[in-house]
Design a protein around this ligand. Structure first.
Ligand code: ASP
Length: 335
């Protein structure tokens, strides 16, 4: 039977808009909650349970968005918002303190279909920086806003300022005091920043999105910007290759243009997402003596989550629906 004119028009619209989604198109998602000195000796049983529970809540909530044919953008935002609202992660509510005892946050979001991006840095008193990054992308002419200018834009867009005390957590405050009392701790810095959050997702339309949100590093200088909000360093997405969100010692991720490098290896060299991500983390970043990890996903839904630290809080739901929640290295995880 020949398709009727209406069906032909509908099919043509789908092809032209790139919307060739079917119920069998793959969906997949990965999230992280930071990389660093995470081992069974540094994480208490209560902390471990709380972190696993939040990762599970974030990833299942985001996966439901994808399952209901929602956009990867909405899925990524929903996961990151849940982690930002938890005091257990270094983003939003649980952000680390700057040297001056403030909370200044960075975040970025990138859409792999259009290569649109939104980023903010050094932002105070905004509960969900990832939402602000999305507003910058969708409602401003700019890609990147910082400091007071970003907060002013947030208010214009209807976001509310929350008081400083919203971001106060005893653990992070204590970390700042320890950091100030023992500057040599700077050498063991990973534990003073652990908890950055990020998400990467593939939706049924084949669109990839990446997002990252962080409070940065404990005791950071006023004005310091990490890799998380820098497109191509800590966050990158391109439907032709991969979506990547990074976590680790930001300065090295900026110098190594880590997220874009992984994309470029996939796009131009034809490498698999896993080979590309591993090459950049274990070869390039390691050669710079930088530590951290990434979550990366390609347009077929293949996921890679390499890190060169002791652990990385991470979770994924692959194209077959298999859920993984992990904190430590593979070996320690299976103990
Ligand atoms: N990359 C973040 C920063 O340097 C911190 C982290 O991911 O642990 O701001």
């Amino acid at each position: 039977m020949k398709p009727g004119p209406l069906l032909t028009i509908f099919a043509t619209i789908l092809v032209f808009t790139g919307m060739t989604a079917t119920a069998d198109s793959p969906i997949a998602i990965a999230i992280h909650g930071g990389a660093g000195t995470i081992s069974r000796s540094t994480v208490t049983v209560e902390q471990e349970q709380a972190i696993r529970a939040k990762l599970l809540e974030a990833i299942t909530t985001a996966y439901q968005v994808l399952e209901n044919d929602g956009d990867s953008m909405d899925a990524v935002i929903s996961a990151i918002k849940i982690l930002e609202d938890s005091p257990h992660f270094n983003a939003g509510k649980g952000s680390v303190f700057t040297w001056d005892g403030k909370n200044e946050m960075d975040a970025a979001l990138m859409d792999g279909a259009s290569l649109d991006a939104g980023a903010i840095s050094g932002v105070a008193n905004i509960a969900n920086p990832i939402v602000l990054a999305r507003l910058v992308m969708q409602k401003s002419k700019h890609v990147f806003l910082s400091g007071d200018g970003a907060v002013e834009f947030a208010i214009e867009q209807g976001l509310e300022k929350v008081p400083d005390k919203y971001f106060f957590t005893e653990r992070r405050w204590q970390q700042l005091q320890d950091f100030k009392n023992q500057p040599e701790l700077a050498a063991a810095e990973p534990q003073y920043r652990i908890g950055t959050v990020g998400a990467v997702a593939l939706d049924r339309k084949g669109n990839l999105v990446a997002g990252t949100s962080t409070g940065g590093t404990t005791g950071k200088r006023y004005g310091r910007i990490g890799d998380s909000p820098i497109i191509g360093a800590g966050t990158y997405a391109n439907n032709r290759s991969v979506a990547v969100s990074a976590t680790g010692a930001g300065e090295f991720f900026i110098r190594g243009t880590v997220a874009h490098d992984i994309s470029a290896l996939v796009e131009y060299k034809g490498m698999t997402v896993d080979d590309a991500a591993r090459e950049v983390i274990f070869e390039k970043l390691a050669a710079l003596k930088g530590d951290g990890g990434v979550i990366a996903i390609d347009r077929h839904g293949n996921i890679s989550m390499p890190f060169n630290t002791e652990g990385m809080y991470r979770a994924s739901i692959d194209t077959s629906g298999k859920v993984k929640i992990m904190l430590y290295g593979e070996k320690a995880e299976t103990k």
